[in-house]
Design a protein. Structure first.
Length: 629
C-alpha cells in the first residue's frame, strides 16, 4: 500500500505524505530509506547502473506472468517476493550484458525492421491491418512516447539477433539426429508378472517391540505441526474509500484550486526529418538537408525522400499532434519553444539528428466544470481517501510500536476492528493466513517468542495488516499409544512388500536357471506376455514399469534380459525383456525433422547459457540486493 500511495501522490500532497510517513520510518530505524545512492541502484554492470525502480517493474511483470499461469490468480504459497525481485535483478543483469555485447559486436536494428515488428503487432491492428491512429492512442494512454517505444523495440530486435546468432552455433550432427530418432521411436517387447503386496498380508508379523523400535527411530513422523492463532488489524483502502463523503462545494473548490489539472494540453502538429547516424557523416547529411530547406525546397518532399524514420517518412515527416511528455525531452524542448512555421536548426539526440517544424499550435484550455465534474469528484475522493489512509497508517504503525504488547490502542485510534484468525502453520493456512507474508510475520521470533506486535505487512490487495500471536501450539511428538495402530499398519504394509519382493526375486532366480524361461513362467501364475511397449504408452502399465523396462540393457541375440522392480504401492514385478526394435522404418521425414529441432533447441540453449555465463565471468558486476527490500 505504501508503494501505491507513493505512485499516486504528486505535488504538495507528496511532500505532506513524505513528512507524515518519515516519522514512523525513523522510529523503525529506516531513516536512510529516502536518502543515499545505495537504495536507488540494484546492480552495476561494467559501470552501468540498473535502477531499483527497473527491477521492481520487471518483478511486477514476472508476477503478472505467474498470475496468468495460475489463471489470473496467484497464491501467496508460491509467491516469494524477495525471490522474484532477485530473479528480476538477474534478468536485467543478463539483458544489460547482452546489450553491451551487442553494442560491442556492432549489432543494430534497421528502421525497416522496427517498422515491420510494430506493424506486425496485433494490438496495433484494426481489421488485420496496422493502424497509426490506434498506435498513437495506445501509446498515449500508457504515457509512452513513440521514440521510447521504438527504441525498446529496436533493443529487443538486437537482443534477439545476438541470441539467435549464438544459438545457431549449436550444430547438430546428423548421426546424432538419427540415433535420437531411433531411440525415441524404440519399441521394447517384454513379458511380466506382478506380485501384489496385498496377497502377502501379514497381520501377525509385527510385535510390540517392533512398534516401539520404529517409534523411537522415526520421531519426526509422529510430530505434530507447530501452529498459531493471531489477532490482527487490517487497514483496507477500499473500506476507507467507501466511507469518503464530499459535498458539491468541496468538489467545486477542488476544481478551482486544481484547475490546471483539468486543462486540455497544448497540442502541436510537428514534422520531422531524421538521420539515424550521430557520427560526422550523419551530421554532414543533416546539415546538407537544412541548407536545401533554406534554399526553398519543400520540407515534406525532403522528409519523404531522405528521412530515416520509417513511421513518418511516407507522410512527409508528419508526427501528428504532439503533447508534452510524448517525445524525447530534447526534442520536446525544441518543439514547445519553436514558433509556428519556423524550421529548427539540426538537433542531435542519442537517436540521431533531427530537423523539426511546428505546423500548427492548439493552445491549452481549461475544460468547463460541468464537463469534468465526475473526474473532479473522483479525484477529490481519491485524494481524501489517500489522506485518510496516511493518517490511519500513521496511527496504526506508531501505536503498534508504542504499545507492542496489545493492538487495542491502535484499534481505538483507527476505528479498526481487532479480528482473530483460525489456527495455521508455517506452511499453510486459511483466511488471512493464506498469505505467506502473514505466516512469516506470525512465526517471526520477535512476534512469536517475545510477544510483540508485528511490523506492518502490505498485502497484494493494498491492505496493511499488523498482528500479534494469541495462541501457540508448539510441535511435539504424539504419544505412542496414539500412533500405535498407524505404526502397526505401516510395518505390516512394509512386511507385505518385502514378502512380494522375496517371492519375485525367487522367481527371477528360477527363470535365470531354467533352460526355457517360458516353461518356468507358465508354471508360475498369470503373465502379461510379449507386450510391445513404446515411450508413449504408459497409462495402462503398472506405475514405474515403463521406466524400468527402458532402463534395461538390450538382450543379446537369442537371449532375454530378466530383472525385477518395485512397482505401484509395494508391488513387485518380474520382467523379461525379449527384444528391442529401434524402429528405423517408423521414422519418417517429419519425425526426423522434429528430432532435429528438439536436439537443436537443446544444443542452442546450452550454447546460449554458456555464452551468458562467459559474459558474466568477464564482466564486473556489483549487486546490491539489500536495496530491493
Amino acid at each position: 500500500m505504501l508503494q501505491a500511495i507513493r505512485d499516486r501522490a504528486s505535488g504538495w500532497l507528496a511532500y505532506v505524505i513524505i513528512g507524515l510517513i518519515t516519522i514512523p520510518f525513523a522510529l523503525w530505524g529506516l531513516g536512510e530509506y529516502f536518502g543515499g545512492a545505495g537504495p536507488l541502484v540494484a546492480a552495476e554492470v561494467n559501470g552501468t547502473d540498473i535502477a531499483v525502480r527497473d527491477v521492481h517493474q520487471e518483478a511486477r511483470a514476472q508476477r503478472d506472468e505467474m498470475a496468468r499461469m495460475f489463471g489470473g490468480e496467484i497464491s501467496d504459497d508460491v509467491l516469494d517476493e524477495q525471490g522474484i525481485r532477485l530473479q528480476a535483478m538477474e534478468t536485467l543483469i543478463r539483458q544489460e550484458l547482452l546489450r553491451q555485447a551487442a553494442d560491442s559486436a556492432g549489432f543494430k536494428a534497421a528502421g525497416d525492421s522496427v517498422l515491420r515488428e510494430i506493424r506486425g503487432m496485433p494490438v496495433f491492428q484494426e481489421e488485420g491491418r496496422f493502424s497509426r491512429e490506434r498506435y498513437s492512442q495506445l501509446l498515449n494512454a500508457q504515457r509512452i512516447s513513440p521514440a521510447d517505444f521504438e527504441q525498446d523495440i529496436a533493443r529487443s530486435i538486437v537482443m534477439s539477433q545476438i541470441q539467435r546468432g549464438i544459438q545457431a552455433t549449436g550444430v547438430v550432427p546428423e548421426a546424432l539426429v538419427a540415433d535420437y530418432s531411433r531411440l525415441r521411436n524404440q519399441t521394447r517387447v517384454a513379458s511380466w508378472k506382478v506380485f501384489a503386496a496385498d496377497e502377502f498380508d501379514r497381520p501377525d508379523v509385527v510385535d510390540d517391540d517392533a512398534i516401539r523400535d520404529y517409534y523411537d527411530a522415526n520421531p519426526e513422523d509422529f510430530t505434530t505441526t507447530e501452529r498459531v492463532r493471531v489477532s490482527y488489524l487490517r487497514l483496507d483502502p477500499e473500506g476507507l474509500e467507501a466511507g469518503v463523503d464530499v459535498t458539491e462545494d468541496q468538489v467545486r473548490e477542488h476544481y478551482r484550486v486544481n484547475r490546471s489539472r483539468y486543462e486540455e494540453p497544448e497540442l502541436r502538429e510537428v514534422r520531422q526529418i531524421r538521420i539515424q547516424d550521430t557520427d560526422e557523416d550523419g551530421e554532414a547529411r543533416i546539415r546538407e538537408l537544412r541548407s536545401r530547406l533554406d534554399d526553398g525546397e519543400d520540407f515534406g518532399d525532403l522528409a519523404e525522400e531522405y528521412s530515416e524514420d520509417s513511421l513518418t517518412a511516407d507522410r512527409g515527416g508528419s508526427l501528428g499532434e504532439v503533447a508534452r511528455g510524448d517525445l524525447d525531452s530534447t526534442l520536446e524542448t525544441v518543439i514547445f519553444t519553436l514558433p509556428k512555421d519556423l524550421i529548427s536548426q539540426p538537433v542531435r539526440t542519442d537517436r540521431g539528428w533531427f530537423i523539426l517544424e511546428v505546423t500548427s499550435i492548439q493552445e491549452s484550455r481549461a475544460q468547463p466544470f460541468e464537463d469534468v465534474r465526475e473526474e473532479v469528484e473522483q479525484d477529490l475522493r481519491d485524494r481524501t481517501a489517500e489522506q485518510m489512509q496516511i493518517d490511519a497508517l500513521d496511527d496504526l504503525m506508531a501505536l503498534a510500536i508504542e504499545f507492542p504488547d496489545t493492538l487495542e490502542p491502535a484499534a481505538d485510534a483507527t476505528g479498526l476492528e481487532v479480528q482473530t484468525s483460525d489456527w495455521f502453520s508455517r506452511g499453510s493456512g486459511d483466511g488471512i493466513a493464506r498469505h505467506r507474508s502473514i505466516r512469516d510475520a506470525a512465526f517471526d521470533p520477535r512476534v512469536l517468542e517475545d510477544g510483540n506486535n508485528s511490523d506492518a505487512i502490505d498485502l497484494q490487495d493494498r491492505s496493511t495488516v499488523i498482528l500479534r500471536v494469541d495462541e501457540h501450539e508448539p510441535a511435539e511428538v504424539r504419544p505412542l499409544a496414539e500412533v500405535e495402530d498407524e505404526i502397526r499398519e505401516r510395518l505390516q504394509r512394509q512386511a507385505a512388500a518385502d514378502a512380494a519382493r522375496e517371492a519375485g526375486e525367487a522367481l527371477i532366480e528360477r527363470l535365470r536357471e531354467a533352460d526355457d524361461w517360458t516353461a518356468e513362467a507358465g508354471e508360475n501364475g498369470e503373465w502379461s506376455r510379449s507386450v510391445e511397449i513404446t515411450r508413449e504408452r504408459a497409462a495402462d502399465l503398472p506405475t514405474g514399469l515403463q521406466d524400468h523396462l527402458f532402463r534395461l540393457a538390450a538382450p543379446g541375440e537369442g537371449a532375454v534380459e530378466i530383472a525385477g522392480a518395485r512397482v505401484g504401492e509395494g508391488d513387485f514385478a518380474v520382467t523379461v525383456l525379449e527384444a528391442v526394435r529401434m524402429g528405423e522404418d517408423a521414422v519418417d521425414a517429419a519425425a526426423r525433422q522434429q528430432a532435429r529441432d528438439q536436439i537443436g533447441n537443446a544444443y542452442g540453449s546450452a550454447e546460449f547459457r554458456s555464452y551468458l555465463a562467459w559474459l558474466e565471468e568477464e564482466a564486473e558486476i556489483k549487486r546490491f540486493p539489500d536495496a530491493l527490500d
